[in-house]
Design a binder for this molecule. Structure first.
Ligand code: SF4
Length: 296
């Protein structure tokens, strides 16, 4: 008989739980709540909150808005934002509700401090992260844009080769909070081996919840015959974690909702594991697990 188990460690991370809890508190009072960018990279959860009065706008909207918004609440999500976004929101008259995750806030502060340290020695800051990701934009904004962002070792090699990165000057290295620990290790080793008489300072900036989820998820994927990974299309953390599962278990399927399940993925005696990203709500994992049980 097929068995279906939900990964007990999957579900929202602390930062997302906090942001959604705050949004729900405000929505519970009635009225509108603006969110700058999707509060969570999950279409299903977003629709649930939008039905309750959440209005998602983007930085382009913020730039183009002309009139004051008269103290309307604007939520800054867990990823955080660069300083100029706060300034613009206040200029328009928004009441800012800052839900930047405390872990991201601490990293933003560290990058500001590193920027102050690197300026007098003509050193540089390198960030291992996804180019254009909102958290990365918020982090880069702390150093007035003076950060070299690399997504992998190939890009790091190119930045050294084209002279963007000067390995004969001090470098402070950070990672976006949701990157893979093994990817960060490769970046550290590659850069460390190429420093030419200058100092490399490595900051352990991957979120602990993400790092431990990487370990637990590989074990979970290995312990099941089939893995169903649930996450939104835009979740970069979802893509990374799904690949991790696939590395541990080739029979890994990535879906956004129960409607995408296919009966042919499952055998009658399979042990099926259902898991997700830091942006996947528990209720959605339960819905998917229920739908798998009903397939046979
Ligand atoms: S992954 Fe970690 S750092 Fe990022 S929002 Fe969640 S708890 Fe905060």
């Amino acid at each position: 008989m097929m068995r279906v188990e939900i990964d007990p460690h999957s579900g929202f991370c602390g930062g997302v739980i906090r942001a959604i809890g705050t949004a729900e508190q405000h929505l519970g009072k009635g009225g509108r709540l603006y969110s700058l960018g999707a509060i969570v990279h999950n279409e299903e959860e977003l629709s649930r909150l939008e039905a309750r009065g959440l209005v998602t706008i983007d930085t382009e909207d913020l730039r183009e808005m002309r009139d004051g918004v008269d103290g309307e609440p604007l939520l800054i999500r867990a990823h955080g934002e660069p300083p100029q976004v706060y300034a613009r929101a206040r200029e328009l008259g928004f009441r800012v509700i800052d839900c930047t995750c405390p872990v991201v806030l601490a990293l933003q502060r560290e990058i500001r401090e590193a920027h102050r340290r690197m300026a007098p020695v003509e050193g540089q800051i390198v960030l291992f992260g996804k180019i254009g990701h909102p958290e990365v934009l918020g982090l880069v904004g702390q150093a007035e844009g003076d950060v070299t962002v690399v997504e992998n070792v190939d890009q790091l090699r190119d930045r050294i080769a084209d002279g963007t990165l000067r390995t004969y000057r001090d470098i402070e290295l950070f990672s976006q909070t949701t990157m893979s620990p093994s990817g960060y290790m490769q970046i550290q080793q590659y850069l460390g081996a190429r420093m030419a008489g200058a100092e490399l300072t490595v900051h352990a900036s991957i979120c602990r919840q993400v790092a431990s989820r990487h370990r637990e998820l590989s074990e979970f994927a290995r312990a099941h015959d089939v893995v169903v990974f649930v996450s939104g299309r835009d979740s970069s953390n979802g893509k990374v974690l799904c690949e991790l599962c696939r590395g541990a278990n080739i029979r890994t399927w990535h879906i956004g909702s129960a409607a995408q399940l296919r009966p042919e993925w499952f055998g009658p005696d399979d042990r099926v594991g259902v898991c997700g990203a830091t942006s996947t709500p528990k209720w959605l994992l339960e819905e998917v697990a229920g739908a798998i049980k009903n397939l046979h």
